[in-house]
Design a protein around this ligand. Structure first.
Ligand code: ARG
Length: 463
């Protein structure tokens, strides 16, 4: 053990230390130091349990507790010297603990392995991120709700194929995202509930002969229960994959919304004005105000998808139980989590700060014959045409308006009657965009009354 060239944790059977390349490929301390707080929490729970079970002396456990707190404060203060030779966060912490409290530190690893230790640390880390995502999604939904409430009856074009389809309300469009992010939030909560079991005490893979109390450590770490199979506990990373899957779906939603903001903030659309706080200028074109945050959300999302695929690839060929391949789980998840949280926060800020341009939305809503379906529906309802025939009559009127370069409400009653002589003056009541949206009162429809109901429901749910 005194031989510096050989490892202080397993130097017993090693005559030589590792090659520099071996150390470089093997070490994870460069990134897993992000789990320091979780590692120390796990060790504290384990130490307290060892003492409670009479496996180590109370005085040793007390020394471990104090020593671990010192290590944590050193790390938090940025005073800790991380060592690549000590490979990972687990051995860095333990080695420092030994410097601080001496031989008692060597008893901490009783009935435990780095395999259950890393699985525990990583679960705790991912759990924290799920909680952060929960808060981020809730904040974003609140920002969307505020937009929806303000513009529950503002009209805008609804699109299919990015072609004007039917008028919808601004509030309805905002609430569509509330529904999407609400499902993301429910996936976050499902994932958290499923992953909240404790691997600690699975030891290397088979459990341990020491009389440990796994319920005690699980409870101390806020887990619902210990994991029931030691092989599974140390060798699955499905919780991280579920995190990445949930993150990917949410990221896809964020990216679609980002894409809409990019389009909507363009001079051609002018549907929204993004705040200065969430825009950038151009170094050459003085008129420019660019939606960079939206573009970066759209782009960063690729990392989240990439991490999901990469970790699937790491895991898919591994026999039970632990393999070192699994050390490659962390960087992917860290990077995805960082970018997901940033994207959530940036989207929340953009939505909170943006101004919807009511007049531009309304002008666009009436363009493109957006009430053609209302006209066809009127023909069905009022003069009992079969829908297919009504569609045909309306198509002819749209063609007429297009040829004249005007909108449907600009056609005269004579024009209308030239296509179908049963049409009456009453038809004009359905050609306006406000009437159009107000008429769509079916459950889930775009009518302001329905939108306000949904806003109220979600305001209540998020309170
Ligand atoms: N740094 C390792 C990891 O992240 C810890 C577990 C190492 N276990 C082992 N048997 N080599 O996976």
């Amino acid at each position: 053990m005194s031989d510096k060239s050989s490892n202080q944790m397993w130097g017993g059977r090693f005559a030589a230390g590792p090659d520099a390349i071996m150390e470089a490929i093997n070490a994870s301390i460069g990134f897993d130091k992000r789990m320091a707080a979780q590692d120390i929490a796990g060790s504290r729970a384990h130490a307290a349990m060892l003492a409670a079970q009479g496996i180590v002396k109370d005085s040793d456990a007390e020394a471990m507790r104090e020593g671990l707190l010192t290590v944590l404060s050193e790390i938090e203060a940025g005073e800790f010297a991380f060592s690549t030779a000590l490979e990972d966060i687990h051995m860095n912490v333990e080695a420092r603990l030994k410097e601080l409290i001496g031989d008692a530190a060597g008893r901490l690893h009783t009935g435990r392995s780095r395999n259950d230790q890393v699985a525990t640390d990583f679960r705790l880390w991912v759990r924290d991120q799920l909680d952060a995502a929960d808060a981020g999604l809730t904040a974003l939904m609140k920002a969307l709700l505020a937009q929806a409430e303000a513009g529950a009856d503002w009209v805008m074009p609804g699109f299919t194929h990015l072609q004007t389809a039917q008028p919808v309300t601004w509030g309805h469009h905002m609430m569509a995202y509330v529904e999407m992010f609400a499902r993301d939030l429910s996936r976050v909560r499902d994932a958290r509930a499923r992953m909240n079991e404790c691997p600690l005490g699975a030891a290397a893979l088979a459990g341990t002969s020491f009389p440990i109390d796994r319920d005690m450590t699980a409870k101390a770490l806020g887990f619902d229960r210990p994991m029931a199979n030691s092989l599974d506990a140390v060798s699955d990373r499905d919780f991280a994959l579920e995190f990445l899957s949930v993150a990917s779906i949410c990221a896809m939603h964020l990216s679609r919304m980002a894409e809409e903001l990019v389009i909507w903030s363009s001079a051609q659309f002018r549907f929204v004005t993004l705040s200065d706080r969430f825009s950038t200028g151009s170094s050459i074109m003085p008129q420019k105000k660019n939606p960079d945050a939206a573009e970066l959300i759209r782009a960063k999302i690729g990392r989240v998808f990439g991490a999901n695929v990469a970790l699937m690839m790491v895991m898919k060929g591994l026999p039970l139980a632990y393999s070192k391949d699994m050390q490659e789980d962390k960087e992917q998840v860290f990077d995805a989590a960082d970018n997901w949280m940033l994207a959530l926060a940036a989207m929340e800020g953009m939505v909170r700060d943006m101004t919807a341009n009511r007049a531009a939305l309304e002008a666009a809503a009436s363009a493109g014959f957006s009430t053609a379906t209302d006209l066809a529906d009127w023909l069905v309802r009022e003069i009992d045409l079969p829908f297919r025939q009504a569609h045909h009559v309306t198509g002819a009127l749209v063609a007429m308006a297009e040829k004249r370069g005007c909108d449907l409400p600009d056609l005269t009653l004579e024009d209308m009657r030239s296509v179908n002589d049963q049409i009456t003056e009453d038809v004009f009541t359905v050609l306006g965009v406000h009437n159009s949206v107000a008429s769509r009162t079916s459950f889930g429809g775009t009518a302001p009354v329905r939108v306000r109901e949904q806003v109220a429901r979600w305001n209540e749910a998020l309170r």
